[in-house]
Design a protein around this ligand. Structure first.
Ligand SMILES: *[C@@H]1O[C@H](CO)[C@@H](O)[C@H](O)[C@H]1NC(C)=O
Ligand SMILES: *[C@@H]1O[C@H](CO)[C@@H](O)[C@H](O)[C@H]1NC(C)=O
Ligand SMILES: *[C@@H]1O[C@H](CO)[C@@H](O)[C@H](O)[C@H]1NC(C)=O
Ligand SMILES: *[C@@H]1O[C@H](CO)[C@@H](O)[C@H](O)[C@H]1NC(C)=O
Ligand SMILES: *[C@@H]1O[C@H](CO)[C@@H](O)[C@H](O)[C@H]1NC(C)=O
Length: 623
């Protein structure tokens, strides 16, 4: 059902917002170099192959498609990851010292036992923990404890408190044990080893968004003599209330010489007449495949890109003090400490593959799973029109979901460049201009199913509905399994559906700006297909795996048009896509299990206990 709240008058805001966009655009036109460095163009950033469509005549002749190469590299990287894990506690201790240049934390032997008993495959690759806790090593341990206590009383933060080996949840603001689902999830992840922990407090973020953005100068040289209360002005209100916004706070985390920090100082000298070509418009991105999702994308170096991501417009106030706050995901630049999401850990109808909500049991195969042969070849996505708050308002059309829905239902006269082997199976690669509208018709099944935050869309709900495809049917998790390609995109925060998508028999395409606990364990192009922030390459991904569509063959006047549709398919494209679907499922069942999340949390809390303990240097495990 659509909310029928009448759109509030945001006209003036929008005009202002648009002006800001154009002024910044002008700046960027002056820095064309920055665009060519845009790292979501893997072929550019890795310096491997640059295929430019801007100059058709100097285009190199393509001898092989880049995707098989990306898949082969991914497979060998993952094989290597599994093969190199320590086989004994002694070796694990050695490897730990090699990586982090210190002894493992006290309790490491118990953790090892836990990991071994539960068949946890990853024994060494926990660099995410070291990275997240590194800033806290720069503070004295009593300061870490003090900050945990203060953080536990901030809005939208719950406390998980361990006392005498018993973990409980508490909301310090109300004094009640009623806490967020995220805190409850973390509590259940501790259950099996809480009795092994000393007294300790974990402040848990109850929001999906990252919270901690420490200004660059503060991080380089933490000032602990500065009273916390002087830095805390404002954080006792949960939202911005017009004083500042996420991007303002984010920019301050960037190095002083970065583009994001320079933006305003170089403002006056800029020309405002020209708009830059953004990756969403630049045709060279049609055939550029990133080697990873964009969790490490630098918004400090590419400030204009923040207009494409809703989380920079979140209503929720960020905190500019280095508090130890545990969050399910963070964009690069944030200082939250990552923990597994409760959506992945809990078992629910909306987020768990194979969950039988009637008998409350987990089935190996979801009751709505569909045999591969019967899955549609379309790219499927459904979701709500969320993506950010509206601080400041007026930028909703640029949010990641809105952009994707509009791109996938674009009926304009524009073309996309599709590269395909003609005839199928050959290595005669043809570059063809194909009408976007036809490609969308043939490949895409993408729509919003729920109107959220329409009042902040420029023009209100009418404009939102006019500009985007809406499917009134609603959608269950199981409806996804009827399609071979599932797209996973961020909402207000990270996407909680990712693990269920992986576990299904469909292949996942993922775009995200978030970094999560499992980033070192999973391999893009093996377990899922990474998508750039512009999504532009999606038409060429589909063409590679499922074969050039009829409209592509028509545009190229291909002789393959006379073949039957089955024979037009590339010989092993569909088989490769199915292999990604299977690898994703296998990953979820061997590295993405609940007990793998527990092992991660177990090791994280040992490290956190040490960094906040009085005798840090003695809080070690030595063989
Ligand atoms: C842990 O604490 C809770 C709340 O105080 C209490 O209900 C529970 O019985 C305790 N469990 C153990 C094992 O002590
Ligand atoms: C640290 O904070 C104190 C109190 O606000 C201030 O007097 C001092 O100059 C600060 N030190 C640095 C290095 O910024
Ligand atoms: C992401 O960035 C962090 C911090 O700069 C780095 O430690 C990590 O290796 C990067 N990860 C990837 C996949 O590039
Ligand atoms: C699309 O490509 C066709 C050739 O396939 C060309 O005739 C047409 O002008 C192009 N349209 C646009 C808007 O570029
Ligand atoms: C398409 O190909 C056929 C033969 O394969 C040729 O006769 C015809 O002229 C081509 N049409 C165009 C528009 O190139």
């Amino acid at each position: 059902m659509h909310e029928i709240t009448p759109g509030r008058r945001r006209g003036l805001f929008f005009v202002v917002a648009v002006c800001v966009v154009f002024m910044q655009a002008g700046l960027w036109a002056a820095r064309r170099q920055a665009q060519t460095n845009f790292p979501d163009n893997n072929l550019v950033s890795s310096g491997k192959k640059l295929i430019s469509f801007m100059d058709q005549d100097t285009r190199p002749k393509l001898k092989e498609h880049p995707i098989p190469q990306l898949m082969a590299e991914a497979e060998s990287k993952f094989r290597n990851l599994l093969a190199r894990q320590s086989k004994t506690l002694e070796l694990a201790v050695q490897e730990y010292k090699r990586r982090y240049d210190r002894d493992p934390p006290r309790g490491f032997d118990h953790w090892w036992q836990f990991a071994r008993d539960n068949g946890v495959l990853i024994k060494d690759d926990y660099d995410a923990i070291a990275e997240d806790l590194a800033p806290f090593w720069k503070l004295p341990s009593d300061e870490v404890r003090r900050r945990a206590e203060v953080a536990g009383s901030l809005p939208s933060i719950d406390l998980i408190r361990v006392r005498s080996g018993n973990a409980t949840a508490i909301n310090m603001r109300t004094g009640l044990p009623e806490v967020s689902a995220r805190a409850r999830g973390f509590l259940s992840m501790l259950e099996k080893f809480q009795d092994k922990l000393p007294d300790v407090d974990f402040p848990i973020n109850s929001m999906a968004e990252g919270r901690i953005l420490v200004p660059w100068e503060q991080n380089v040289q933490p000032n602990t003599t500065d009273s916390l209360s002087s830095q805390l002005s404002g954080v006792n209100t949960p939202d911005w209330r017009g004083e500042g916004n996420v991007w303002e706070a984010y920019r301050r985390t960037c190095p002083p010489d970065s583009a994001a920090r320079r933006l305003y100082t170089s403002f006056r000298s800029s020309s405002t007449s020209q708009r830059p070509i953004s990756p969403t418009e630049d045709r060279s991105y049609d055939f550029s495949f990133p080697s990873d999702v964009n969790g490490n994308f630098s918004f400090c170096d590419h400030p204009w890109a923040h207009y494409n991501q809703g989380h920079f417009f979140s209503d929720w106030r960020t905190i500019s003090v280095l508090f130890p706050v545990f969050s399910p995901a963070k964009a690069s630049g944030y200082f939250d400490i990552r923990i597994p999401s409760h959506y992945y850990y809990a078992q629910t109808r909306r987020y768990t593959y194979g969950w039988d909500p009637v008998n409350l049991e987990l089935k190996a195969t979801d009751h709505m799973e569909t045999p591969w042969e019967f899955k549609s070849d379309k790219v499927f996505w459904r979701g709500a029109s969320t993506g950010g708050g509206s601080s400041p308002p007026g930028f909703t059309p640029g949010y990641q979901r809105h952009r994707f829905v509009r791109m996938a239902s674009d009926e304009s006269k524009s073309n996309r460049t599709v590269v395909f082997a003609d005839p199928p199976g050959s290595n005669n690669y043809v570059y063809t201009q194909v009408p976007t509208a036809s490609l969308n018709e043939e490949m895409m099944d993408v729509a919003f199913v729920k109107v959220v935050d329409s009042a902040n869309y420029p023009g209100g709900i009418g404009a939102l509905i006019r500009d985007h495809r809406f499917d009134d049917g609603g959608v269950n998790l199981g409806d996804h399994w009827r399609h071979k390609y599932l797209v996973d995109i961020d909402g207000m925060g990270y996407s909680g559906r990712f693990f269920s998508f992986l576990e299904s028999d469909s292949a996942v395409m993922k775009a995200t700006v978030y970094r999560e606990f499992f980033e070192e364990w999973i391999q893009p192009w093996l377990h899922y297909i990474p998508l750039s922030m512009s999504y532009r390459e999606i038409y060429n991904i589909h063409s590679f795996f499922s074969g050039a569509t009829r409209s592509t063959l028509l545009a190229a006047n291909s002789t393959a048009l006379s073949l039957s549709p089955a024979r037009r398919r590339p010989v092993d494209g569909d088989r490769r896509l199915r292999r990604i679907a299977r690898a994703g499922k296998q990953w979820k069942r061997t590295l993405g299990r609940r007990v793998d999340m527990e092992a991660y949390v177990y090791r994280l809390v040992l490290e956190y206990v040490r960094v906040s303990s009085e005798d840090r240097d003695k809080w070690t495990f030595v063989l």
